[in-house]
Structure formats: structure tokens, C-alpha cells
Design a protein around this ligand. Structure first.
Ligand code: ZN
Ligand code: ZN
Length: 395
């Protein structure tokens, strides 16, 4: 196995790439201005980009890579990319290469075949760094580019491991600035367009709410969270704050969504949104991550906590949740299994529900409910007007 690994590593250097070209009698590369010698790769981090004009994902990814390449070059990083064409013919290649600012290997079906075997290219677009120690063979660096953008440079396994450690420190380290700010932004925004400094949030309990308007469960959860938020605004005032991390499809949708929310948000155009969902490995929305006053994670499942307990769950600590559970059990033990209510013809049975609307007072309720099995009728235990005098606790 060790021997196999060292062979893999040998393949991934620039000399191997050059020798493949030379063995095919190719001693130059193409730039947008014409031929350049292989020595133009000297002292540079060389990457290969396998792509084709006819491939839709390639068309989406190529402009991203152009931007990344220009940014890297603009900040003085010595990177060179070489396009290896999967186009159907030379004309397709020429057309495709027009949108790229880097170099290309001459169009050659045989060369492409040889290189894609060597680097185990099994799909396109495919992007690798020729100094990618720590990446396994056949591993594409595009997910890393998607996740980390310019930070992914030089696209090696080592760099990826470093970035994961940085993510981990941010997740566990408890510094809100590290988590919420970006290079040129030290604030979050409020609905009215004002900027709130992130330093103002230090010492508060913070909910990071990941949601999108296009997602119906998010719309429902926004209502639940708003209710809890407004209640906490009265009871604990400024010690609880929510930051919206938009998963909306575009900026217009973000504004429509955010305009209905009473809390703060990361600006839509900011990459931090993407970073936060990576750092907290958000797999589905709605999601609510709750951070304690020390900035450390209290729960990543704040959604369930809010749905179950609403504002009562504050300050969202484990001991508070245990306390709530115990008191709920007690409350249930004190209630009869069924009642006859004056307002309803059928027997109402004691059940638990995540959320319901009471048909007497029209307000929301959670957990214990007296519910009709025959029609859609629910009552708060406190809204029951007992018809048979059997609601006494000592039953
Ligand atoms: Zn009621
Ligand atoms: Zn009924």
C-alpha cells in the first residue's frame, strides 16, 4: 500500500506532466497570444483543467475559475493553469479556449487520453494542482474551490487540512468576529438598512438562522422563531439576538424574505454566508445554531428546541431543557386522559403535539393538547370547560 501511495505522488508533479508532452513531441503550450515554451511553467504552481465546450457544468465552472485565476494573479500568486481539452474537434477547442486567460496544451485526442488516465480523470470539469500532495489520485480540487474560493490555493491536500483546522477553530473558538466578519466588513445589517457592529453582539446568546423563502418549512419556522424572538425581546431584552444567513436564490428574494424578519442578517453578497454553512456543516434548512454568551455552540438543533419550547427554552442550555422536560412530564401527569368539553360534542383525548392552534382561544399551543379523534378540534388544557367535573388533578 505504501509503495502504491508513493507512486501516486510521483505522478502528480510537473516533471511528469512535462515528460508526457515531450514524449509526444510537444515542446510548447498555447497562450491566448500564441505559443510559449514549457519553461514558462518554471517556479509556478501548475494546475491542469480538463474541460469541454459542450459540457454544461464546465460552462458554469469556467467563469468561476477565471475569476479565481485573475484574483490570485492580481495578488501576486504564481499560478499557471493548463487547459486540457475534451472538446469534440479543434474548432470546438479554439472556441472554448477563447474564454480562458491561461495556457492550453495543443488539441490532441491521444494526449488528452494519456493525461486523463494518468490523473484518473473520470468526469469534467476536473481541476488538479500538480503539487497536490495529500490528495488521492482521481481526486478533483473543484469541491475545494467551491468551498474555499481563493483561500484554497495552492489546491493541495495539506492546504485543505489546514483550512479544515481553521474552520474547526472558528466553530469551537467562540469569537464572533472570526465567525461573522469578513475582510472588509465588521458589522451585520438590520432590516432598515442600518449596520450593527459585530462587537455589539459579544456576550449575547446568538441564533444563527439558515433559511430561504423558497422553502416552505423555513417560512413556517420563521413564524415560530419570530414569536419566540418577540417574547424574548420583552423578557430578556437585548441578551438574545438572531442573525439570518440567507439561503435565498437571489438578492431580491433575500430582501423579500428579510423584510419580514425582526432580527439581523449577514449581507447577501458576502461570502461569509457560504462559509458559515460550511463551518457548521448545514445539510438542510431551516437550521438554527445557537451560540452561548461565550460564543460556543449550545445546540446545532435549535430548530427543534424552538419548535418544541419556543421562548421558554432560553437560555437554551442543557440544564434548562432538562428542566422543561421534567416540568412538562409533571404537567401531563396532572391531567386526565380525556375530558368532555362544553364547547364540543365529542370526547377529547389528552395527546402531545409539536404545535397546534387552540380552537377556543385561537392561540398557538405546544405539547399537551385535548384533541378530538373525529374532527379537527384542539384545546389548550387551560381552555377546557369541563362538562363532567373530571378535570380535577387528584383523579
Ligand atoms: Zn386556548
Ligand atoms: Zn369532534
Amino acid at each position: 500500500m505504501a509503495e502504491f501511495e508513493s507512486k501516486e505522488r510521483d505522478v502528480k508533479d510537473e516533471n511528469t506532466f512535462r515528460s508526457v508532452l515531450v514524449s509526444k513531441g510537444i515542446d510548447f503550450l498555447l497562450s491566448p497570444q500564441g505559443k510559449v515554451p514549457l519553461s514558462s511553467l518554471d517556479q509556478k504552481t501548475t494546475c491542469l483543467f480538463f474541460s469541454a465546450n459542450w459540457c454544461r457544468p464546465c460552462k458554469i465552472f469556467t467563469p468561476q475559475l477565471v475569476q479565481l485565476y485573475n484574483n490570485l494573479r492580481g495578488t501576486g500568486r504564481e499560478i499557471e493553469i493548463i487547459f486540457i481539452s475534451f472538446d469534440r474537434d479543434e474548432n470546438g477547442f479554439i472556441e472554448h479556449f477563447k474564454c480562458m486567460p491561461w495556457l492550453a496544451a495543443p488539441f490532441d485526442v491521444d494526449l488528452r487520453r494519456q493525461l486523463s488516465n494518468l490523473y484518473r480523470v473520470n468526469h469534467i470539469p476536473f481541476f488538479i494542482s500538480l503539487c497536490s500532495d495529500g490528495m488521492s489520485a482521481g481526486e478533483d480540487a473543484i469541491p475545494m474551490v467551491d468551498d474555499y474560493g481563493i483561500e484554497a490555493f495552492p489546491f493541495t491536500g495539506e492546504r485543505r487540512a489546514q483550512l479544515k483546522i481553521i474552520d474547526d477553530i472558528k466553530r469551537r473558538g467562540g469569537k464572533l468576529e472570526d465567525l461573522l466578519a469578513s475582510r472588509d466588513r465588521d458589522y451585520v445589517v438590520a432590516r432598515v438598512g442600518t449596520k450593527v457592529p459585530i462587537s455589539d453582539l459579544t456576550g449575547k446568546t446568538i441564533g444563527l438562522y439558515f433559511g430561504g423563502l423558497w422553502c416552505p418549512p423555513c417560512r413556517a419556522f420563521t413564524l415560530q422563531l419570530t414569536e419566540a424572538y418577540n417574547e424574548l425581546k420583552i423578557t430578556v431584552n437585548e441578551t438574545f439576538q438572531v442573525i439570518f444567513i440567507s439561503m435565498d436564490r437571489d438578492e431580491e428574494e433575500f430582501y423579500r424574505n428579510f423584510s419580514g424578519m425582526p432580527w439581523l442578517a449577514i449581507p447577501y453578497r458576502d461570502r461569509t454566508r457560504h462559509e458559515l454553512s460550511r463551518i457548521f456543516t448545514i445539510k438542510g434548512i431551516p437550521a438554527l445554531v445557537i451560540l452561548g454568551p461565550d460564543g460556543k455552540i449550545l445546540t446545532t438543533n435549535g430548530r427543534a428546541t424552538i419548535s418544541s419550547y419556543g421562548s421558554k427554552a432560553f437560555p437554551f442550555t442543557e440544564s434548562r431543557l432538562t428542566e422543561l422536560e421534567v416540568s412538562l412530564h409533571k404537567e401531563g401527569e396532572g391531567l386526565p386522559r380525556q375530558v368532555h368539553d362544553l364547547k364540543h360534542n365529542h370526547v377529547l383525548k389528552l395527546e402531545t403535539a409539536k404545535a397546534y392552534i387552540c380552537d377556543s382561544c385561537q392561540r398557538g399551543g405546544r405539547f399537551w393538547v385535548f384533541s378530538c379523534n373525529e374532527c379537527n378540534f384542539d384545546l389548550h388544557p387551560t381552555c377546557v370547560e369541563d362538562a363532567q367535573g373530571d378535570l380535577d388533578i387528584d383523579l
